[in-house]
Design a protein around this ligand. Structure first.
Ligand code: NAD
Length: 242
């Protein structure tokens, strides 16, 4: 199986910690030259980059199209793009502010549009490209308290399938990975221990996933081996949503 990405440049948004950091490690192990984007936590991004030979860092808020343009001017072009940056602002619908809604849509959905749009012209010229969007099983099934996040992640599925259909003839694939529960800063801040135990109880594999298990699926979809897969949503959740 061809997993070789040598000679390819890869961008991982929000790659300074959690799942994105695991993706950056995996893509680098496959030979890609990796650019790790981060927004605010420079220290964490620097320590991840320090472990990865050849990795470079690029600060940008990918929810802002002007900063995405600067990111591409400074570090682009890319053959592989992983739209991983994400935030939560969980609230029940009646307590959710318009700002909670807008911030999540901006980071978890619009950012993928800005980054994909910036990446595609070069991918079209080279007639090869891999785009992977990190969605969530919440985008497929919804979740109380996460209307904003579920809408953004469902939107990513629509974006993924549309981009796949638009750009297939150009040698570009676009897929999504939908993780179940993985313990990271993101989930630590939003789920109680009790909720986590219940999630594990409902998971056929009876455990949490790891960032590297999500990264393995993302990396496969970025590889030459996945050349006939596009418009797909690969669920990686230990069977939780089966
Ligand atoms: P995390 O909080 O550890 O990492 C998210 C990263 O995104 C952070 O590095 C953060 O700084 C970055 N980020 C946030 N806003 C940004 C912006 N505007 N510009 C650039 N970077 C930004 O969380 P994680 O769990 O590793 O999540 C990674 C992705 O996986 C997210 O899209 C998340 O929704 C998705 N996901 C996570 C889980 C889980 O259980 N952890 C489940 C399903 C989906």
């Amino acid at each position: 199986m061809d997993l070789n990405l040598s000679g390819r440049r890869a961008l991982v948004t929000g790659g300074g910690k959690g799942i994105g950091a695991a993706v950056a490690r995996e893509l680098a192990a496959m030979g890609a030259e990796v650019v790790i984007n981060f927004r605010a936590d420079r220290e964490s991004a620097e320590s991840v980059a320090a472990e990865i030979p050849g990795a470079t860092l690029q600060q940008a808020d990918v929810g802002d199209p002007a900063q995405v343009a600067e990111l591409f001017a400074g570090s682009g072009p890319f053959d592989v793009v992983v739209n991983n940056a994400g935030i939560l602002r969980d609230r029940l619908l009646l307590r959710m502010s318009a700002e909670d809604w807008d911030q999540v849509l901006r980071t978890d959905l619009s950012a993928a549009f800005h980054v994909t749009k910036a990446a595609v012209p070069q991918m079209m010229r080279s007639r090869w490209g891999r785009i992977v969007n990190v969605t969530s099983i919440v985008g497929l099934g919804g979740n109380p308290g996460q209307a904003n996040y579920a809408a953004a992640k469902a939107g990513l599925v629509g974006l993924t399938k549309s981009v796949a259909k638009e750009l297939g003839t150009r040698g570009i694939t676009c897929n999504a990975v939908a993780p179940g529960y993985v313990r990271t800063e993101l989930t630590n801040s939003s789920l109680s221990e009790e909720m986590l135990k219940e999630l594990v109880r409902l998971t056929p594999l009876r455990r949490e996933g790891t960032a590297s298990e999500i990264a393995a699926a993302v990396a496969f979809l970025c590889s030459p081996a996945a050349s006939f897969i596009t418009g797909e949503v690969l669920v990686v959740d230990g069977g939780l949503s089966a």
